[in-house]
Design a protein around this ligand. Structure first.
Ligand code: IPM
Ligand code: MG
Length: 349
């Protein structure tokens, strides 16, 4: 079997961490065709836009898309000079929307070997194993935006269909895990959250009554992620809350440099797999970037994007064993760089 993967290395540390992930995929002996495209700031420099039609088309016809990271101070400065200048992040948002990637999965599973790297005390973090299911193509990210000299607005909207389909993703995932969904909203204030809560409850009552469902207000959820992280199984939430809570949850592991993500749409469409971290321009090119989040994203790609479960599990256990055997990148207080970390994973594969 040969698989076609579009590679969007992007900006900053993106190219370094993506090439680490490719080395790990290649070690599995699969037949892979890589198709590389400039994306984000790199595409702005070359084509004047963060996501070209050509790149979007290539992604649509691929089996999966592997992404590094986008953004950097260079394009932020261009934007400061001219508010109409293109932004690298527009590429990411355009890709999510263009591929219909409404379901973002962000697993957070701190390894016992790394409990001491967590900012939380070990007894708090012990046993934490949660999955953030974030709605990715709706809400305030994609609502109407307006700007005048004195006022700005971003509209938050959700339709019943949009809530239903992401709720199903969360319940299906919970059915394969510990059977417990916590839906996060702000139903005491927001109308979209009241709709969200109603629809999630109905989907649960109709089709998933054997699973447990709780509702939590987002401020309380932010607090409980720090006080009782091990109490969560699947955290289901809308786009903006999910953006914020998944960074918070990522830090439970000690570093956002470890967190992978999968963005999925309809089953026959390609998924997008990328680390949760950004382009880290401050360390780009120094060889210090932690490639593990991208390597773990490649594992999610094999599992969810290509149906290669045993290959995915092999990568995940190689990462776990490398960390258990003392692998520590600078973000985890160590001094092993991108190459060393990649070699350590390859040794255990
Ligand atoms: C993420 C990022 C993006 C988001 C940015 C880069 C647009 O923070 O994937 O979490 O807000 O979704
Ligand atoms: Mg984010």
């Amino acid at each position: 079997m040969s698989v076609a993967i579009v590679v969007l290395a992007g900006d900053g540390i993106g190219p370094e961490v993506v090439s680490a992930a490719r080395a790990v995929i290649d070690a599995l002996g699969l037949q892979v065709d890589y198709d590389e495209h400039a994306f984000g700031g790199a595409a702005i420099d070359r084509h004047g836009t963060a996501l070209t039609d050509d790149t979007l088309e290539a992604c649509r016809s691929a089996d999966a898309v592997l992404l590094g990271a986008v953004g950097g101070p260079k394009w932020d400065r261009a934007r400061d000079r001219d508010a109409r200048a293109p932004r690298p992040e527009q590429g990411l948002l355009g890709l999510r929307q263009g591929l219909g990637l409404y379901a973002n999965l962000r697993p957070v599973r701190p390894l016992p070997a790394l409990y001491s790297a967590s900012p939380l005390r070990e007894e708090r973090i012990a046993g934490t194993d949660l999955l953030v299911v974030r709605e990715l193509t709706g809400g305030i990210y994609f609502g109407e935006k307006q700007r005048s000299a004195q006022r700005a607005s971003d509209v938050c909207t959700y339709s019943v269909t949009e809530v239903e389909r992401i709720a199903r993703v969360a319940f299906e995932a919970a059915g394969r895990r510990r059977g417990q969904v916590t839906s996060v909203d702000k139903a005491n204030v927001l109308e979209t959250s009241r709709l969200w809560r109603e629809v999630v409850s109905r989907v649960h009552g109709d089709d998933y009554r054997d699973l447990s469902l709780d509702h939590l207000l987002v401020d309380n959820a932010a607090m409980q992620l720090l006080s009782h992280p091990a109490g969560f199984d699947v955290l289901l939430t809308e786009n903006l809350f999910g953006d914020i809570l998944s960074d918070e949850a990522a830090m439970l592991t000690g570093s956002i440099g470890l967190l992978p993500s999968a963005s999925l749409g309809e089953p026959d469409e390609p998924g997008l797999f990328e680390p949760v971290h950004g382009s880290a321009p401050d360390i780009a090119g120094t060889g210090a970037a932690n490639p593990l989040a991208t390597i773990l994203s490649a594992a999610l790609m094999l599992r969810h994007g290509l149906g290669l479960e045993s290959e995915a599990a092999a990568i995940e256990s190689a990462v776990d064993r490398a960390l258990e055997n003392g692998l520590r990148t600078p973000d985890l207080g160590g001094d092993v760089g991108t190459h060393g970390a990649t070699s350590a994973v390859l040794e255990h594969l």
